[in-house]
Design a protein around this ligand. Structure first.
Ligand code: DX5
Ligand code: ZN
Length: 236
C-alpha cells in the first residue's frame, strides 16, 4: 500500500491496535494471520531484532517476505537493529508499508526518513525510554509516526513504564496533527487508556492479545478503551 493511502487508512481507523507478532505461534503463522484478520486487526507490528542493538534476535526480511504472501494487512516494521540504513532496501522489498527505526541507532535520522518516504513507504522513528523528546523535535515534520517505547526494547511481556505518558504528552503538543503517535510495550487493558489520553493513537500490543483466548475480544476491548480516550478528530 502506498504511503498516503496507508496513512489515510490508519488515521481514519484510529485508534489502531497493532498486534506485535513477536508473541505469535510461528509454527502456525498462516493460521495466526487468519485469526488476526478475522479478529479485526488493521495492521501488524513486526519486531525485528539483531542481537546487537537489542539483546535478542527475532526475524528479518526473509520471514516478512513470506508473511507478505499470506496477508494484505499493512506491515508496520519496527527495526531494533544497528545500521538500519544498511538493510532498508531489503525491508522495503519484503513489502513493509511503514518502517520505523530507532533514533539511537543512527547518527542522522533525516536521510533515512527521506529514503523510506521516497521509496513510497511511511517513515517512523522510535525512542527508547531513556531518549528525550528533544532529540527528535527537529525531525517531527518529517515523521509519519513516532513510536514511544514504554519498555526497554528487546522482549515482549515487560511491565509498562509510566514515564512514557509524559513523553506522549510532549510529543502530542509538539507534533503536526496528522502525525501518528505510537506506544509500544506493556500495553493492555490497564495501561491503554492513560496512553490514549496522553495522545497515542497507535497501540502496539503483544501479550495482551496473544495471551488472550479470543483475539477478537481482546482487540475490541482495547480499541474501546482507547477510543473512549482518543481525540480522533485531531488525529485526522
Ligand atoms: C519490544 C517490542 C514490542 C513487544 C510488545 O521490544 O518492540 O513490540 O513485542 O509486547 P508486549 O505487548 O507484550 O509488551
Ligand atoms: Zn515493537
Amino acid at each position: 500500500m502506498n504511503r498516503q493511502a496507508l496513512l489515510e487508512q490508519l488515521r481514519t481507523e484510529s485508534p489502531v491496535i497493532a498486534p506485535s507478532m513477536l508473541k505469535c505461534d510461528f509454527g502456525n503463522l498462516q493460521r495466526e494471520l487468519e485469526l488476526l484478520e478475522s479478529a479485526g486487526a488493521r495492521a501488524l507490528h513486526l519486531d525485528v531484532m539483531d542481537g546487537h542493538f537489542v539483546p535478542n534476535l527475532s526475524y528479518g526480511p526473509m520471514v516478512i517476505k513470506r508473511m507478505r504472501q499470506l496477508t494484505d494487512l499493512p506491515f508496520d516494521a519496527h527495526l531494533m537493529i544497528s545500521e538500519p540504513g544498511k538493510y532498508l532496501d531489503e525491508f522495503l522489498d519484503a513489502g513493509c508499508d511503514l518502517i520505523t527505526f530507532h533514533t539511537e541507532a543512527v547518527d542522522d535520522p533525516l536521510p533515512l526518513l527521506e529514503r523510506i518516504r521516497s521509496a513510497g513507504a511511511a517513515a517512523g522513528v522510535a525512542l527508547n525510554p531513556g531518549t528525550p523528546v528533544a532529540d527528535i523535535k527537529p525531525l517531527l515534520s518529517e515523521c509519519d509516526l513516532v513510536l514511544v517505547m514504554s519498555v526497554e526494547p528487546g522482549f515482549g511481556g515487560q511491565k509498562f513504564m509510566p514515564a512514557s505518558i509524559e513523553k506522549l504528552r510532549q510529543l502530542k503538543d509538539a507534533s503536526p496533527s496528522h502525525m501518528l503517535l505510537g506506544i509500544d510495550g506493556g500495553i493492555g487493558p490497564e495501561t491503554i487508556e492513560a496512553t490514549a489520553q496522553a495522545g497515542a493513537n497507535l497501540f502496539v500490543v503483544g501479550s495482551a492479545i496473544f495471551d488472550a483466548a479470543d483475539y477478537g475480544q481482546a482487540i475490541n476491548e482495547l480499541a474501546c478503551l482507547a477510543g473512549n480516550n482518543t481525540d480522533v478528530a485531531s488525529a485526522g
